[in-house]
Design a protein around this ligand. Structure first.
Ligand SMILES: *[C@@H]1O[C@H](CO)[C@@H](O)[C@H](O)[C@H]1NC(C)=O
Ligand SMILES: *[C@@H]1O[C@H](CO)[C@@H](O)[C@H](O)[C@H]1NC(C)=O
Ligand SMILES: *[C@@H]1O[C@H](CO)[C@@H](O)[C@H](O)[C@H]1NC(C)=O
Ligand SMILES: *[C@@H]1O[C@H](CO)[C@@H](O)[C@H](O)[C@H]1NC(C)=O
Ligand SMILES: *[C@@H]1O[C@H](CO)[C@@H](O)[C@H](O)[C@H]1NC(C)=O
Ligand SMILES: *[C@@H]1O[C@H](CO)[C@@H](O)[C@H](O)[C@H]1NC(C)=O
Ligand SMILES: *[C@@H]1O[C@H](CO)[C@@H](O)[C@H](O)[C@H]1NC(C)=O
Ligand SMILES: *[C@@H]1O[C@H](CO)[C@@H](O)[C@H](O)[C@H]1NC(C)=O
Ligand SMILES: *[C@@H]1O[C@H](CO)[C@@H](O)[C@H](O)[C@H]1NC(C)=O
Length: 822
C-alpha cells in the first residue's frame, strides 16, 4: 500500500533463490507442530508463543530478525552473518557468523544492513591471548548445522566449534549465555568499531577489571539516509555474573586484513576518532575467564544516551535475574500480546496457525521502543519515542486490538513534527531516512484519528496537534524534501509533480514523479479525513480536491497488453513523458534499469511499475474503474495483472490489488485471489515471505488475509473476505470489548491455493450481533470491532449465487463515499 524500502534492490529481489537448506533446527518445526496439535483440545490457557516461528523471513530476502526481543524491544539480540544480511542473521548455512550483538532492526531492506554494533564473539584460543582471532575475517565461523533455535524472547545458535550462544532480552538490555566444550578456556572478542554498514565515526571503550565491566560508546552512520548524519550508541557489558565468574586476561586489540593484528594485554582504554580514509575499522576488547567454566553468563545493557544509562538499563531491567527468569518474562509479555487474537486452533489448518501467530509476532516486533533513549533534536523529549519508522499497514492491525501502543507511536510521529517541522516518513538508527512516497505518516495518524477520536485524549493524543502536524505535511514545502515533507509547491501549482520541473525554492531528488503524485494524493486523502472529522470544512474541500490529483497523471492514451490508460509521469506543459508500463515490473527484461532512488531512475515510479501503480487510488477505486473502461474491463485487467506476472506480492503498491474485485462487485474473485496469493507467496519456511517484511507490513497484510479482512487505510472501512479459520476472537483491552468472528460452514478443504469445487469459501451473508449487514463486501469498525459481540460470516460453495456484494460495493470518494466521519 505504501512504499517503503522493501525492494530497494529490485534486481536482487528478482534473482532471489530458495536453494539453501532450511537452517532453523528441524526440532523447532516439530516443537511448533506438537504445540499446535496439543492446543487443539487444550482446556487451560494456551501459550501462543509456542506457535511462533521467528525464522520465517530469514531467507529469500525477507530480512527478518529472529533475535531475542521484547514486544517493540529496542534491543534485539541476534548473530551477525556475512553476505547480504541487513537484519544480522540469515538462514543461508554457507554464510559465516561474526558475533552476537544487541541492536538490530527487523524487516528493513537497507542493502548495507542496520545496527549490529557491539558484537561479541566467543573464541577458543588454544595458544593463548596473543593468538586469538580478533578481526572480522579471522574470527568468522560457520554454524553447527541444524541447531539454530529461537522463540519469542529467545535466540540461540551454535558455532561449528561447538560453542553455543544464547540470548534473551528486556526492552533495553539482555542476558547472553555461552556454553563451551568442556575443559576449554573461554575467550571473547568484543567489537568497538564494527557495525553492519561499516559506518564507525569514532568512539571509546573502557575495561574496568575490578568491576568486570566493559563500557563502549561511539558514533555510527545511517543505514538508509544521508551519510553526513551520525547517531550515538552505548553498551555496558557485565562479565562476572554477580561474582560467580572470574576474569583472567583482558586487553584491547586492533587489526586489519593486511597484517595488522596488534594486541595490548592489560590495556584498558581505546579512544578512536573517525578514520577519514574510510573502510572497515577494526578494534575492540579481548578477555578470558579463569577456571575453565563450561558456561559463561554476560549481562548487556544498551542506550542511545550514555554508557552510564546503558549500565543503569541493565541494572534496572535485568538486575540479578537469571537467564531463565528473563526468558520467562519475555515469553509472558509476548503471550499477552499474541493472545489479543485467539483462534479455534483445532479447526484451523496447522500451517495457517503458525503463519498467523508468526505474523502477529513480527507485527509487534517493530518499531523499536526507544522511549527515554532520545538524542539529536529529540533529546530529552517528554513523550514516547520509537526508532525505525516506515510501514503503515501494521497500524490498521494495531487499531483492532492495541490502541494504547498505536497511540504511543502516533504520539511519536507527532513529536517528529514538533521537533523537525514535519512528521517523519522513514527514520532509521535515530536519524532521518530517505523519503519514498512523501509523508506516509499522514495515513498512519489519520487512521488513528478516524478510528479513535473519541478516546484520543484518554490515549494521550491531542487531535489539534495531530491536525497541525498533518497540515504541515500537506501545506509546508520543506527546503529539502529528501528526508521529510513533500514537494507540495509544484504539486499544488500543476496538480501533479511534473517531470523536469523548475523548482526555485526547494531541493530533492527529482525522480518518481508518477508515484509521488499518487502517494501525495492518498496522503491528502488522510488529511481530508481528519479535516472532516474536526469540522474544518474548507480544508476538507481543499484536500478532497487534492486527493483526486491522482487523476492528473493518468494518461488515457497509453495502451499496453491490450489495456488502455496508465499512470505516467508528465511534463510541466501537460504532455506525458511516455514510459513503457512494464518497466521495473517483474516482466521487465532490462536488468540494468534503475528503479529505486537512483538519480537515473527515469521510469517515474518508485520500486514499481506503472502496471502496478496504476491501481493506486485506494480512496477512489470507483473512478479508477471508470478510467479503465468499466467493471468488466477492470476485472479482466486485474486478472491479467496477476496472470501475466505484474503482481509483486512483496511490494506495497500491490497490497490492495487482490481485493480489488470487491469494487467491481465480484467479491468471490477476491476470495480466490487472496487464497492464491497466500499459498503462492507465503509459507512456514525461512524463505516463507515473498520479499522484505518491511517492518512487518507484510506480516500485517498476511494476518489480514488470513482473518478474511482488509482495512482501507485512513478510514474505518473493512472489506470482508473469507477467513482461513473457523473462528477467531479479537480482544481490545482498551475498549474492553471482544469480537468473535465465526465462519459458518467453514470447510478446511477450502484453505488452499485453488478452492476446490464444492468447498464452501464464498461469503454468502454476514451478521453482526444477529443483524445482517447491508452489504456482504464491507462493514465498519464502529459497527463491529468497537462494539464487540458476535459476527457470523456464512460461506458457501455456490459462488455463482453470491458473486456480488448483495448491497453496496466498498466506498469511493467520487461515488459519495466517506461522506461523514463516524
Ligand atoms: C481432540 O478431541 C477430539 C474428541 O475427543 C478427537 O476426536 C480429536 O482427535 C482430538 N484432536 C487432537 C488434535 O488431539
Ligand atoms: C578521546 O580523545 C579526544 C581527543 O582526541 C578527547 O577530546 C576525548 O576527551 C577523549 N575521550 C575519552 C572518553 O577519553
Ligand atoms: C515503550 O516504553 C515506555 C517506557 O518504558 C513504556 O511506557 C511504553 O508502554 C512502551 N510502549 C510500547 C508500545 O512498548
Ligand atoms: C475543487 O476543484 C474544483 C474543480 O477543479 C474547483 O472548482 C474548486 O474551486 C476546488 N475547490 C477547492 C476548495 O479547492
Ligand atoms: C512539452 O515539453 C516537453 C519537454 O520539453 C516536449 O518534449 C513536448 O513536446 C512539449 N509538449 C508540447 C505540447 O509542447
Ligand atoms: C536498460 O535500461 C537502461 C537504463 O534505463 C538503458 O540505458 C538501456 O539502454 C536499457 N537496455 C535495453 C536493452 O533496453
Ligand atoms: C460497477 O459496478 C457497480 C456495482 O454494480 C456499479 O455501482 C458501478 O456503477 C459500476 N461501475 C461502472 C463504471 O460501470
Ligand atoms: C505446510 O507447510 C510446509 C512448508 O511450506 C509444506 O511443506 C506443507 O505441505 C504444508 N502443509 C499443508 C497442509 O499445506
Ligand atoms: C476498561 O476496563 C478497565 C478496568 O475495568 C477500566 O479501568 C477502563 O476504564 C475501561 N475502559 C473503557 C474504555 O471503558
Amino acid at each position: 500500500m505504501l512504499d517503503s524500502w522493501c525492494t530497494l534492490l529490485l534486481a536482487v529481489t528478482l534473482f532471489s533463490s530458495n536453494n539453501v537448506a532450511s537452517q532453523p533446527a528441524p526440532s523447532l518445526q516439530r516443537r511448533i507442530a506438537a504445540a499446535i496439535h496439543d492446543a487443539a483440545n487444550a482446556t487451560g490457557p494456551i501459550d501462543y508463543t509456542a506457535f511462533v516461528n521467528p525464522f520465517i523471513g530469514t531467507d529469500n530476502f525477507g530480512d527478518v530478525c529472529p533475535g531475542a526481543s521484547m514486544p517493540f524491544g529496542m534491543a534485539k539480540f541476534s548473530t551477525d552473518l556475512t553476505g547480504y544480511a541487513p537484519a544480522g542473521y540469515v538462514a543461508d548455512p554457507t554464510q559465516k557468523i561474526r558475533g552476537l550483538s544487541p541492536l538490530h532492526d527487523s524487516g528493513t531492506g537497507s542493502s548495507l544492513g542496520t545496527y549490529g554494533n557491539f558484537e561479541i564473539m566467543p573464541l577458543l584460543c588454544p595458544n593463548g591471548f596473543n593468538t586469538c582471532t580478533t578481526t572480522l575475517l579471522a574470527r568468522e565461523r560457520l554454524r553447527k548445522l541444524n541447531t539454530d533455535d529461537a522463540s519469542p524472547g529467545y535466540f540461540s545458535q551454535t558455532l561449528d566449534n561447538n560453542i553455543k550462544m544464547e540470548a534473551t532480552a528486556t526492552r533495553r538490555a539482555g542476558l547472553e549465555r555461552f556454553t563451551f566444550p568442556s575443559n576449554s578456556k573461554p575467550f571473547f572478542v568484543l567489537d568497538l568499531a564494527n557495525d553492519l554498514p561499516n559506518s564507525f565515526a569514532g568512539g571509546t571503550l573502557d575495561i574496568d577489571p575490578a568491576k568486570g565491566r566493559i563500557t563502549i560508546g561511539g558514533r555510527w552512520g545511517s543505514s538508509f539516509g544521508p551519510g553526513r548524519f551520525n547517531y550515538q550508541a552505548f553498551a555496558c557489558y557485565d562479565l562476572l555474573d554477580g561474582g560467580k565468574q572470574k576474569l583472567d586476561e583482558y586487553g584491547v586489540w586492533t587489526g586489519d586484513t593486511f597484517g595488522l593484528d596488534a594486541k595490548g594485554l592489560g590495556q584498558t582504554h581505546l579512544n578512536l576518532s573517525l578514520n577519514l580514509i574510510g573502510g572497515v575499522y577494526q578494534s575492540g576488547a579481548l578477555f578470558s575467564f579463569a577456571n575453565k567454566p563450561k558456561e559463561v553468563n554476560i549481562r548487556v545493557g544498551v542506550s542511545f544516551v550514555s554508557t552510564d544509562q546503558a549500565c543503569a538499563n541493565a541494572d534496572s531491567e535485568v538486575g540479578s535475574a537469571t537467564f531463565e527468569e528473563i526468558r520467562e518474562r519475555a515469553r509472558a509479555a509476548w503471550n499477552e500480546k499474541l493472545s489479543k487474537i485467539e483462534i479455534d486452533v483445532g479447526g484451523t489448518p496447522p500451517n495457517i496457525t503458525e503463519m498467523l501467530y508468526s505474523s502477529l509476532y513480527r507485527a509487534s516486533l517493530t518499531p523499536n521502543n526507544a522511549t527515554g533513549e532520545t538524542q539529536g533534536v529529540f533529546a530529552n523529549t517528554d513523550t514516547f519515542y520509537f526508532d525505525s519508522l516506515y510501514c503503515r499497514t501494521f497500524f490498521p492491525l494495531m487499531s483492532l486490538h492495541s490502541p494504547v501502543e498505536f497511540a504511543q507511536i502516533v504520539e511519536s510521529y507527532i513529536d517528529g513534527w514538533r521537533k523537525n517541522g514535519w512528521m517523519p516518513e522513514c527514520r532509521a538508527n535515530n536519524l532521518p531516512g530517505w523519503t519514498q512516497g512523501g509523508s506516509s505518516a499522514d495515513n498512519i495518524v489519520s487512521h488513528f484519528a478516524v478510528n479513535y477520536h473519541n478516546e484520543a485524549a484518554a490515549l494521550g493524543v491531542n487531535l489539534d496537534e495531530l491536525y497541525s502536524a498533518l497540515l504541515a505535511d500537506g501545506d509546508l514545502n520543506p527546503p529539502e524534501w529528501n528526508t521529510e515533507g513533500r514537494q507540495v509547491n509544484v504539486y499544488n501549482e500543476f496538480g501533479y509533480v511534473p517531470f523536469a520541473v523548475l523548482d526555485v525554492s526547494s531541493t530533492g531528488r527529482q525522480t518518481r514523479e508518477g508515484s509521488r503524485t499518487l502517494e501525495y494524493a492518498f496522503e491528502d486523502f488522510g488529511i481530508r479525513q481528519v479535516a472532516q472529522l474536526l469540522g474544518k470544512t474548507e480544508d476538507e474541500a481543499r484536500f478532497t480536491n487534492r486527493s483526486l490529483f491522482y487523476r492528473n497523471v493518468w494518461d488515457p492514451s497509453v495502451t499496453n497488453d491490450g489495456f488502455k490508460g496508465f499512470s505516467q509521469k508528465r511534463f510541466m506543459n501537460g504532455s506525458f513523458a511516455f514510459q513503457d508500463p512494464s518497466n521495473c515490473s517483474p516482466n521487465d527484461k532490462n536488468d540494468t534499469r534503475s528503479c529505486s532512488l537512483q538519480g537515473d531512475n527515469l521510469n517515474g515510479f518508485y520500486e514499481s511499475s506503472s502496471w502496478e501503480y496504476s491501481w493506486f487510488a485506494p480512496h477512489d477505486t470507483a473512478h479508477l474503474i471508470q478510467l479503465m473502461g468499466g467493471n468488466d474491463t477492470f476485472v479482466k485487467r486485474l486478472d491479467h495483472f496477476f496472470d501475466a506476472g505484474y503482481y509483486l506480492a512483496g511490494n506495497e503498491p500491490s497490497f490492495q490489488t487482490p481485493i480489488g474485485y470487491h469494487y467491481a462487485n465480484h467479491p468471490t474473485k477476491s476470495v480466490d485471489r487472496v487464497r492464491e496469493v497466500v499459498f503462492q507467496n507465503f509459507d512456514i519456511t525461512a524463505g516463507g515471505l515473498p520479499g522484505n517484511d518491511d517492518q512487518a507490513a507484510m506480516a500485517s497484510l498476511l494476518s489480514f488475509h488470513l482473518l478474511g479482512l482488509y482495512p482501507v487505510p485512513s478510514t474505518t472501512q473493512f472489506l470482508i473476505l473469507s477467513p482461513f479459520t473457523p473462528k477467531y476472537t479479537i480482544h481490545n483491552s482498551f475498549l474492553n470489548v471482544s469480537t468473535t468472528v465465526t465462519t459458518k460452514n467453514f470447510d478446511a478443504a477450502s484453505v488452499r491455493e485453488t478452492i476446490p469445487r464444492g468447498a464452501a469459501a464464498y461469503v454468502k451473508s454476514v451478521t453482526v450481533n444477529g443483524a445482517p449487514t447491508a452489504s456482504r463486501c464491507h462493514f465498519d469498525f464502529y459497527d463491529v470491532f468497537r462494539l464487540g459481540g458476535d459476527v457470523v460470516v456464512e460461506v458457501t460453495a455456490d459462488r455463482a449465487v453470491v458473486d456480488s456484494c448483495g448491497g453496496t460495493v466498498p466506498e469511493s470518494i467520487s461515488t459519495g463515499g466517506f461522506s461523514k466521519a463516524r
